[in-house]
Write a protein that binds this ligand. Structure first.
Ligand code: URA
Length: 232
């Protein structure tokens, strides 16, 4: 693939903008030699303004989602894409969120440009657990873990029971819950079915990947391939 096409696919700009960057000498090899737009360097042998370029597909990125951002451009208000560099949205193939979090839910949100990975991670069949910390309005009754684990809970307006989910008590007003599916407002509706109300919801893990303690709200990071390969 030519340098021009490679950088355009990585979202560094339109072909015209990338051609301008290359002509301006902003793209070099590791020794600082300026590369031409028709050159065909390996992805690993390129520096863009002195920095290695973003990884080629498949790219996986984690974001510490803050409250107040939606995951869909169709919903009103600010979108999570705004928290990532604009070049990520311009990649070909584009970077999409792996499932959705509600506007007020915080925590670990993944993005990928690989449709196969995205499908695998959100498909209930894969058994990939998503773990949440739910803060509750009322004290836990004590029967919630059994109800959630039963595989018999049917949410209001639905006919198909939920898959069994694992809940542990952190304190009387806080529970940790792992789901292997992602129905609309699922955690909030599960607690509503038990007569409670979720006042704050935070996703702390996706499969075996935990939200790193040093990734502050609004910050993002590329997930290395060796980490996401072992994730489910
Ligand atoms: N369940 C919810 O209710 N909301 C989320 O954002 C995720 C899971």
């Amino acid at each position: 693939m030519t340098l021009l096409r490679l950088l355009a696919n990585l979202g560094y700009g339109s072909r015209r903008e990338v051609a301008r960057m290359i002509r301006a000498g902003e793209v070099t090899d590791a020794d600082g030699n300026v590369l031409g737009e028709k050159s065909r360097p390996d992805h690993g042998g390129i520096l863009v303004r002195g920095e290695p370029p973003d990884p080629a597909a498949p790219l996986v990125v984690m974001l510490h989602k803050p409250p107040g951002f939606t995951c869909s451009r169709e919903d009103p208000g600010r979108v999570v894409h705004e928290l990532l560099p604009p070049r990520f949205a311009a990649r070909n193939p584009p970077l999409s969120p792996v499932g959705r979090l509600d506007k007020e839910t915080t925590g670990l949100l993944l993005f990928t440009d690989d449709g196969g990975l995205l499908h695998r991670w959100i498909s209930p069949k894969s058994g990939c657990g998503k773990t949440y910390i739910a803060s509750l309005d009322r004290p836990l009754r004590g029967d919630e873990a059994g109800i959630f684990a039963s595989g018999e809970l049917v949410l209001r307006g639905e006919t198909r029971p939920l898959r069994p989910a694992e809940m542990t008590v952190i304190d009387p007003h806080t529970a940790r819950l792992t789901l292997t599916e992602g129905r609309y407002h699922q955690v909030r509706r599960m607690f509503a079915a038990c007569g409670n109300h979720v006042v704050a919801l935070h996703r702390c893990a996706f499969g075996s990947l935990e939200l790193p303690g040093d990734l502050a709200p609004r910050q993002w990071r590329v997930v290395p391939e060796e980490v996401w390969r072992g994730m489910v």
